[in-house]
Design a protein around this ligand. Structure first.
Ligand SMILES: CC(C)(COP(=O)(O)OP(=O)(O)OC[C@H]1O[C@@H](n2cnc3c(N)ncnc32)[C@H](O)[C@@H]1OP(=O)(O)O)[C@@H](O)C(=O)NCCC(=O)NCCS
Length: 139
């Protein structure tokens, strides 16, 4: 199966919102007009998305904010590829590091480990109990 990965534009905000509802039904929305967003399409239909923005907690670093893959498309390496795409972009714009978080999510944690992330302890942890904090130096 071939998927099309593309950078989202502000015109994609509603598509991102719809994908977020389907993959994070209980979470608050992100701001889809800020930062960097990607959409994955299968035969022209959106099936996954991911975001990246400036970190609020680690100056200069980029935060991999969200990645959601429709249940019908999981287990096909889409999250892994979206991770690679975001890291490539972060390097292109000379970000010194990328960070992310996971909560009770073994596939995501394994994908982050595979991409070279390591666990770290932020000075002021912001997530709920059980959140894991991940960091990858890019320089
Ligand atoms: C977590 C999530 C993004 C993973 O996306 P994905 O595209 O299925 O991930 P990948 O295919 O890259 O990797 C998933 C791993 O689980 C395995 N897997 C097998 N069948 C699977 C299935 N039906 N569903 C999910 N994972 C499966 C994959 O083989 C892979 O493991 P491996 O690398 O050891 O082979 C997706 O499940 C999702 O959107 N979940 C809901 C939202 C969420 O929790 N997002 C992440 C927030 S940190």
């Amino acid at each position: 199966m071939t998927f099309k990965y593309r950078r989202a534009t502000p015109h994609d905000a509603e598509t991102l919102r719809a994908l977020h509802v389907l993959t994070f039904p209980t979470d608050d929305h992100e701001n889809y007009l800020e930062g960097f967003w990607w959409i994955v399409e299968d035969a022209g239909e959106p099936c996954a998305f991911a975001g990246m923005r400036e970190s609020f907690t680690l100056p200069g670093a980029l935060y991999l904010s969200r990645c959601g893959v429709l249940a019908s498309h999981r287990g096909k390496g889409i999250q892994r590829t979206l991770l690679t795409r975001r890291l490539a972009h972060a390097k292109r714009i000379y970000a010194p590091a990328a960070i992310s978080t996971t909560l009770n999510n073994i596939p995501s944690a394994n994908n982050l480990i595979r991409a070279g992330f390591r666990l770290y302890r932020p000075e002021d942890p912001w997530g709920s109990a059980g959140t894991l904090y991940w960091l990858k130096e890019l320089t």
